[in-house]
Write a protein that binds this ligand. Sequence first.
Ligand code: PXP
Length: 245
Amino acid sequence: MQPYLIVMTRLSVNINKIATLRNSRGGSVPSVVDAAINCQKFGAEGITIHPRPDERHIRRQDVYDIKPHIYTELNIEGYPSDDFLKLVIDVKADQATLVPDKPGQLTSDHGWNTIENEDFLVDVINELKKHGIRSSIFVDPDVKMVEGAKRVGANRIELYTEPYAANYMKDPEKAIAPFIEAAKLAKNLGLGINAGHDLSLKNLKYFVDMIPYIDEVSIGHALISDALYMGLHNTIKEYLECIKP
Ligand code: PXP
């Protein structure tokens, strides 16, 4: 068995929900810039945003407004349309997480077919590489898709963790098994590993304990919901507790 180096998993807070709340009233309250500043002040090691084409939460302008305040890492998620790539390159994000979402999709609900989309993904990733931007490909825990992610030249994969979260309470060992397999393969192929979707204070610790070489988790919905009751500072502290070895 190959020994694994213990990686410090980073917490990237997805602040889309702050933008959703702001947009519900128009105006600028709550401020997404303040959210990015405060999440970092409270210990977040990255900020994630997902500007969708309909701008229903993070808007194009938010990306420009937030970027100068990021001293950790800015991760921008989205479908790699020409517009998306232009934006990511323009602000020089640290990482682009590529998702296969249709324009009006409620939330990301599946990973890429990295085999069928190989040529497209190669072009996108080469473009990101030219600009020194790390690429991460959103995938289901499927070894074929992980192999495909390696072939297209991605730096990292992001494991789509919704199925893990959905099944964790019923049978944690069964829920995590495909993720361990996919993560082991990714590690052996030299890919970095991120994870996200529906991770929460209930299921995060087990996930990171079982896969102690996750580079980054990006968490939005549960974390911002917890912050309503516990406050943002305490909430971030609790999430950090879950991921530290
Ligand atoms: N990763 C990706 C690719 C996503 O689209 C999202 C949701 O925006 C997340 C992670 C975070 O998911 P959640 O909001 O459930 O924590």
